[in-house]
Design a protein around this ligand. Sequence first.
Ligand SMILES: Cc1cc2nc3c(=O)[nH]c(=O)nc-3n(C[C@H](O)[C@H](O)[C@H](O)COP(=O)(O)OP(=O)(O)OC[C@H]3O[C@@H](n4cnc5c(N)ncnc54)[C@H](O)[C@@H]3O)c2cc1C
Length: 440
Amino acid sequence: MDRSTQWDTIIIGAGAAGLSCGVKLAQAGQRVLILEARDRPGGRIWTFAEPNSQIYIEAGAEFIHGNLPFTFQWLHQAGLKAIPVEGKQVRIGAISHRTSTTANHWQQFYEQLSHLQHDMPLLAFLDKFFPAPAYHDFRKQVLRFAIGYDAADPQKVSVQALAQEWQTEEGPNYRIESSSHKASLGFGYGAFINTMQQAYEQAGGKLIFRHQVKQMDFSSPTYAQIKTESPVGPASFEARSIVCTLPPGIFQHSSSAAPQVVPTSALPDLMQRLGFGNSIKIVFIWQNAWWTDIWGPDLGFIFAETDIPTWWTAYPQPWPVLTGWLSGKNSSRPSKSLLNQAFSSLSAISRMPPEKLRKISTKYYIFDWFRDPFACGSYGYPVPQLNPILQNLQQLFPQRLYFAGESYVSRPPWGTVESAIRSGQEVAECILKQSFTNFE
Ligand SMILES: Cc1cc2nc3c(=O)[nH]c(=O)nc-3n(C[C@H](O)[C@H](O)[C@H](O)COP(=O)(O)OP(=O)(O)OC[C@H]3O[C@@H](n4cnc5c(N)ncnc54)[C@H](O)[C@@H]3O)c2cc1C
């Protein structure tokens, strides 16, 4: 037997879900292999340092949305701290959230929901119970929240699941400290991922980068075969169980990263039915933090009715960095047009001419996750009938193919690192229970 190609479990993807699953399996004594297409771990977590400065950039996940147990457990293990995201919030133009004018409508919204017998998409719910024009402003607020925060398609997202999330107060948002005393771990969410990778490798797990899975073959009833493509050519691996952590977007948009599944199954159809949105981050580095002259040094967030509607600073870090956020189904567009929209949005917000803004910006990054073939979007959102879809996925090749990752969870918080870690651990527990039962 070739031990280098035969494993107890192969995990596809070294994001938060894959690593958390791998740690648990490897610690339980399994021979585990993680195959990752990129040359780095983390997937939709990607932190990098800006050369010759203290600044680090979060291209993907940046915040911890509340007191989330799995995330905080890993933070403590890493010796990293979470810093509450405070700072002034500025709203510009007609932007408002649950003001007195719409407060009654929000009450009505939750009241109406409490009587709803069958879940439905958000837009269908609004059309049925809050038809325009009397509810115009209210509908705008609701849709803005669903699209902006949850990256959801209103025609597809579950109204019940969204409302449940909105009603749950999870505490403040946090960022991960810049960790100068743990510099070897890296920064922000990157340090978090590096801790997971360390724990995985210390437990004996093996991780191979630049191995893109091209095929998952379940023809045999007892093992699965995985075929990969790498810079050194094709390779083949076998395992009793496969954990797939690939984002549904890569199947929905037939990315080159979507592996072929043998024998043919309902997997592609089931993936189409899941909710998976897109978000774009535009990060600007400036000559100086010009906004302090307008709103003071403690500016946190800006919400505006501009093409790029949400912006935030690095506060409490004094860095001259602003991040713009655009979400939604049709958010992806050419970089040039995003850049123009970013400057005109900031011009409307700051009342500075775009030319002046261009002059004082020193660098920018655009992270459009739809264009990333290994993600094809940013994160998942819940749809009506989510549980049967998830059950059908887990039943495609029972006890051989499992799905872990933020998109394959049946409860909130949706689309988060927390969900990715939790689902990775839950799938590992399931595999361990199964191998124990088989052994008996
Ligand atoms: C812009 C943005 C902002 C976000 N902000 C937040 C936030 O503030 N807070 C928060 O909690 N969450 C946030 N998220 C969501 C969070 O990043 C994800 O929920 C989480 O990182 C997903 O982890 P995962 O392991 O499920 O998937 P992934 O991280 O996507 O891991 C899947 C892995 O599979 C790999 N892969 C893909 N195809 C193949 C293949 N064919 N073969 C081998 N490997 C492959 C990928 O490279 C990737 O490493 C954000 C996401 C984005 C994009």
